[in-house]
Design a protein around this ligand. Structure first.
Ligand SMILES: Nc1ncnc2c1ncn2[C@@H]1O[C@H](COP(=O)(O)OP(=O)(O)OP(=O)(O)O)[C@@H](O)[C@H]1O
Length: 258
């Protein structure tokens, strides 16, 4: 089977600093894959390379077999890969509905000039309503995004990420800054909104990572030091030494959400 994402010998230097140092990774269609690792390991940089925000110094990224490294982010997005950001990407002064509608229109390739084609506008409105309903924000659709509580803003970020119907979704620390109960709700939302899709997630909360993922890769100083099922990663001495330490004892026993 052609992997949904195939990363080969990827490198990225910023000046003399080698930040990503020969990453190779295949992610199969429908897989939920987490990237974990210490602060500064290069996780966000890897996401930036995959989504077209940065171009690699060397190596390639392929989406369903098609090379996407060195393509612009909006082109990669229209090919079916969508990502969220650690720092929220929403338009604060626009309503919740307008935020989602913009994401839908951009994915259709319409930009903001939707008045040129009324058929597009109707399709976008239908899709916007569908997404708002799916994430549970339909009752708050009329509010300015800035008026939402923090957890709802992160939900809106997920709504924007999935709005265009991409089948490969990258989420960068989707539960950062959330309380325990907000995190539980966010995980349920991620499971629901990415069902049947390929998910690549960067996350520091190990209960989220080990509860949600089919496979986990551990990035340390720009290199993947281990890749495997949650059980394999939990038991890997290299991973304990480099990252998990004693926290491994307290992790959920099985990974991979239903
Ligand atoms: N545009 C840039 N120019 C120079 N250095 C950068 C740039 N972007 C990232 N870096 C450096 O690359 C390294 C990896 O950063 P990155 O944000 O990818 O790590 P991370 O694993 O996502 O960290 P965290 O878990 O803290 O978010 C850091 O040392 C960072 O300072």
């Amino acid at each position: 089977m052609t992997p949904a994402l195939s990363i080969r010998n990827l490198t990225k230097n910023f000046g003399p600093a080698e930040i990503i140092r020969g990453v190779s990774l295949d992610i199969q269609p429908g897989e939920r894959h987490a990237i974990i690792g210490p602060n500064g390991a290069g996780k966000s940089t890897l996401f930036n390379l995959i989504s077209g925000l940065h171009w690699p110094t060397g190596g390639t990224v392929a989406l369903h077999g098609q090379t996407i490294s060195c393509l612009a982010p909006h082109v990669v997005n229209r090919m079916g890969l969508s990502r969220s950001f650690q720092v929220s990407n929403i338009f604060a002064n626009m309503t919740v509905r307008e935020n989602v509608r913009c994401a839908v229109l951009w994915s259709l390739g319409t930009g903001y000039s939707f008045w040129r084609n009324i058929g597009n506008l109707k399709a976008a409105q239908r899709r916007t309503a569908e997404v708002l309903d799916l994430v549970g924000l339909i009752d708050k659709a009329h509010l300015p995004a800035a008026a939402l509580p923090y957890a709802d803003q992160r939900t809106l970020e997920i709504a924007i990420t999935i709005a265009g119907g991409a089948d490969v979704i990258l989420l960068d620390e989707p539960t950062a800054g959330m309380s325990h109960s907000e995190t539980e709700r966010a995980v349920a939302l991620i499971e629901k909104t990415t069902r049947g899709k390929t998910l690549l997630i960067v996350e520091h909360d190990m209960s989220v990572v080990f509860g949600l993922s089919d496979r986990i890769s551990v990035l340390v100083y720009g290199e993947i030091v281990a890749s495997g099922t949650p059980d394999e990663i939990r038991g890997d001495p290299k991973v304990r030494e480099a990252y998990l330490g004693d926290e491994a004892e307290d992790l959920p026993l099985t990974g991979g959400a239903a």
